[in-house]
Write a protein that binds this ligand. Structure first.
Ligand SMILES: Nc1nc2c(ncn2[C@@H]2O[C@H](COP(=O)(O)OP(=O)(O)O)[C@@H](O)[C@H]2O)c(=O)[nH]1
Ligand SMILES: [Mg+2]
Length: 204
């Protein structure tokens, strides 16, 4: 996990926001970009769009104010979104390369459940093409758009998406109001930093 740059004493952690089209991945990144606390402006990169279509891959990185020095390393977080539309599967596979942690964003609206499950399976399949297993990669679930009138109960979404051998942390959110966005991000970063500490900083 994680790229370790011994020269600059930086630890780079790549987090990918995955999920079906229009579930709120881009909104999560925009909220983090707008609201994340950094020590100074150079500690936050510009939001970069890696493709021209409207359903695009977004990227930015930042050094958070906290979690700066672990074993003397500055931690840089790189956040990516994937395009959710079915046709962009090759792009999703590329974005998943070298992933350290995943936020799976699900759309809470009842009529999106099939798309959520399909996207979750697509994530598992795409990891497999890289010889990766979901259970080996830290991930959390985010049930977004809780402000919508037609949302499924959390228990039902847990049953659909969090029913594997090991249950993972899950969060409800309204990303457009920045509710639940940092709770989700803080959890995945905490898990990743713990993993780094416990792995003794080795890249596996
Ligand atoms: N009502 C509501 N709309 C949201 C929420 N999060 C995102 N949206 C809207 O849903 C649409 C799709 O969001 P976007 O972030 O582009 O989804 P992406 O395709 O997963 O990147 C946009 O119009 C967002 O403003 C939310 O929590 N509640
Ligand atoms: Mg998007």
């Amino acid at each position: 996990m994680a790229i370790i740059n011994q020269a600059t004493k930086e630890l780079q952690v790549k987090i990918v926001y995955y999920g079906p089209a229009k579930c709120g991945k881009t909104t999560n990144l925009e909220q983090v970009h707008a609201n994340v606390q950094v020590a100074n402006a150079e500690n936050k990169g510009k939001m970069v769009s890696l493709a021209t279509s409207s359903d695009r891959t977004l990227f930015f990185d930042f050094f958070p104010l906290e979690a700066m020095a672990i074993k003397g390393f500055k931690t840089k977080f790189q956040l990516y979104t994937v395009p959710g539309q079915v046709i962009y599967n090759t792009t999703r596979q590329l974005v998943l390369r070298g992933v350290d942690g995943i936020v799976f964003v699900a759309d809470s609206q009842y009529d999106k459940m099939a798309e959520n499950v399909e996207s979750f399976q697509n994530l598992i399949d795409n990891l497999k093409t890289q010889k990766l297993k979901l259970e080996d990669i830290p991930y959390v679930l985010q049930y977004n758009k809780r402000d919508m009138p037609n949302v499924a109960p959390v228990e039902y979404m847990e049953y659909l998406l969090n029913n594997r051998d090991v249950q993972v942390p899950s969060f409800t959110s309204t990303a457009s109001k920045c509710e639940g966005v940092f709770e989700t991000l803080n959890m995945i970063t905490r898990i990743l930093l713990h993993k780094f500490i416990n792995d003794g900083g080795r890249r596996s």
